[in-house]
Write a protein that binds this ligand. Structure first.
Ligand code: HEC
Length: 97
């Protein structure tokens, strides 16, 4: 958990800090982002996330809300708030150990 907090603090500049909800991650984002299915930027692959983060957190949250190419609207997490989505993006974009 400390590692997640440290990574989230590192990524703080990209958006408001919030704990990722791992239950929501596992039943939605993980389905594609854990494996990189359909060219989804893979969780923990900081290089894949870098150009995404460069668009700005608000743009990324908007991409998730409306869907982007192979990603369905809301990333299949219909009970995710914008804060959840932000925290999940920060979690996925942090480098894997
Ligand atoms: C059905 C598969 C799928 C699921 C589920 C999914 N994604 Fe994605 N996601 C993708 C794919 C594929 C892309 C790459 C889209 C592209 O750039 O063509 C992507 C791209 C993204 C991007 C980058 C958007 C941008 O503007 O570059 C973000 C942020 C993201 N996903 C967040 C999430 C979050 C948060 C969740 C869970 C709430 C989630 N995704 C669930 C498939 C998925």
């Amino acid at each position: 958990m400390n590692k997640i907090i440290a990574a989230a603090l590192l990524l703080c500049a990209t958006g408001a800090f919030a704990e990722p909800d791992m239950g929501k991650y596992n039943k939605s984002c993980a389905v594609c982002h854990a494996t990189g299915a359909a060219n989804a930027p893979k969780t923990g692959d900081a290089a894949a996330w870098e150009p995404r983060l460069a668009k700005g957190m608000d743009t990324l949250v908007a991409s998730v809300a409306s869907g982007l190419n192979a990603m369905p609207p809301k990333g299949m997490c219909f009970d995710c708030s914008d804060e959840d989505v932000k925290a999940l993006i920060e979690f996925m974009a942090k480098p894997a150990e």
